[in-house]
Write a protein that binds this ligand. Structure first.
Ligand code: HEM
Length: 407
């Protein structure tokens, strides 16, 4: 394999799930691997793959042995933040304790469920605006017209980005998380676009941060701008991380929720409240998690479930497989919206546990409530599902909705 080829391979999904069908349904492969080779080295991608729940938790919680300290670790390529010179911008997701605490500590409070709760009515308002636009003939693409715009607007508002720049942000974040197909030309093209987007976005954030150095607004850019412990690069990295991590992940939680509910024939039960919506959302997270894998690097020679992993090796933790481990979940291949407890690892585990988990949960809850409030019936066309390449989700989900009859 030439160097170019191996660079392409490392960015690809494993061969077994590279096809469209495999991307949509990697779960059979996970089951086989959990059974036959729960910790396995993939020569092609030069990475260790970890499939069982306990092993996944061990890797994520043992940050001395498995470091996140590498730009590309983290939520795959989705949150790597390099500036145009190729330097890794330090963000919380790519550093270990104690440095991690400095980069996360200043914002932790803002994302606690108690702080985020205040935002409920604003999310409901935005949901209402988006669903109102759908009402016309009722035909719409759930992804494009609802699941994509809602999280972008929410995170842009929390950051304090002027609304006229939202479209631009969507384009930038799409370029930053784009995945090449398996040719060197595509890798080069995607990398070029990524660098351009990073540069433009970095410059834009740098300007906003500078303007808000003496500000007293309660937006997150002002918070970062006025936090003394951060360097300029770290402030920019923080803004970029939040925008990326909070965006397409939530888009896919919304999409996967509608996909699961319809597939399982649960739309009505969820709409009427017969099935608890919040609980059902947790099951969507377990069953079809937007983030199927995260990466770490072995910081030392380490034993994992009888395997010797050498210092410097890449370790891919399959969250989507851990979530279906029969040692932890009864009937793991069944979608059970009432499942409790539901100890899924879709938001990760350990110090890097998702900062935005309360926000993502709130957004999903309010968005689905709003959707079911406005529409009596939502029909989903699942005849031609096409997987995303970046995260686990769909490129589109054509729907037809019937508005509630006014009494
Ligand atoms: C359904 C939606 C989401 C999913 C499935 C998800 C998933 C994850 C996962 C698996 C991690 C851990 C990564 C690792 O261990 O390497 C993570 C970290 C993170 N997420 Fe999320 N996320 C979601 C939504 C959000 C939102 C809405 C935000 C922000 C507003 C956000 C911000 C972050 C940040 C900042 C981190 C890094 C935390 C740290 O390193 O300490 N996420 N997320």
């Amino acid at each position: 394999m030439s160097t170019d080829d191996s660079a392409v391979e490392m960015r690809q999904p494993p061969e077994a799930i590279r096809s469209r069908e495999g991307q949509l349904d990697p779960f059979e492969w996970y089951a086989k691997m959990r059974q036959e080779a729960p910790v396995h080295f993939d020569e092609q991608r030069q990475t260790w793959d970890v499939f069982r729940y306990d092993d996944a938790k061990r890797v994520l919680n043992d940050h001395d042995a498995f470091t996140a300290d590498r730009g590309q670790a983290a939520v795959d390529s989705a949150t790597s933040t390099e500036d145009d010179g190729g330097t890794i911008l330090e963000t919380m997701i790519g550093v270990d304790p104690p440095e991690h605490e400095r980069l996360r500590g200043f914002v932790n409070e803002r994302f606690q469920p108690g702080s985020i709760r205040d935002y409920r009515s604003r999310i409901a308002e935005l949901t209402d605006e988006l669903t109102a636009q759908i009402e016309g003939d009722g035909q719409f693409d759930f992804v494009d017209e609802f699941a994509v715009p809602l999280p972008v607007i929410v995170i842009a508002e929390l950051l304090g980005i002027p609304s006229e720049r939202r479209e631009q942000f969507k384009d930038w974040s799409d370029s930053l998380i784009a995945r090449p197909d398996n040719t060197s030309a595509s890798v080069e093209r995607v990398q070029r676009q990524r660098e351009q987007a990073r540069k433009e976005m970095g410059e834009y954030f740098a300007e906003l941060l500078e303007d808000r150095r003496t500000g007293d607004g309660d937006d997150l850019i002002t918070l970062a701008a006025t936090t003394e412990e951060l360097s300029t690069e770290e402030r920019i990295g923080f803004c970029m991380l939040l925008l990326l991590a909070g965006n397409i992940t939530t888009t896919n939680l919304l999409t996967n929720a509608v996909w699961c509910f319809e597939e399982q024939g649960l739309m009505d039960a969820i709409r009427t409240g017969e099935i608890d919506r919040k609980n059902a959302i947790e099951e969507v997270l377990r069953y079809r998690s937007p983030v199927q894998s995260v990466r770490r690097i072995a910081a030392e020679d380490v034993e994992l479930n009888g395997h010797h992993i050498q210092s410097g090796a890449i370790v891919t933790v399959w969250l989507g497989s851990a979530n279906r481990d029969p040692e932890v979940f009864d009937a793991p291949e069944s979608f059970r919206p009432e499942r409790k407890p539901n100890r899924h690892v879709s938001f990760g585990s350990g110090v890097h546990y998702c900062l935005g988990a309360p926000l993502a949960r709130l957004e999903a809850d309010v968005a689905l409530e709003g959707l079911f409030d406005r529409f009596d019936r939502i029909e989903v066309d699942r005849t031609d599902l096409r997987p995303l390449r970046s995260l686990y989700g769909l490129r589109s989900l054509p729907c037809e909705a019937t508005p509630k009859t006014q009494s």
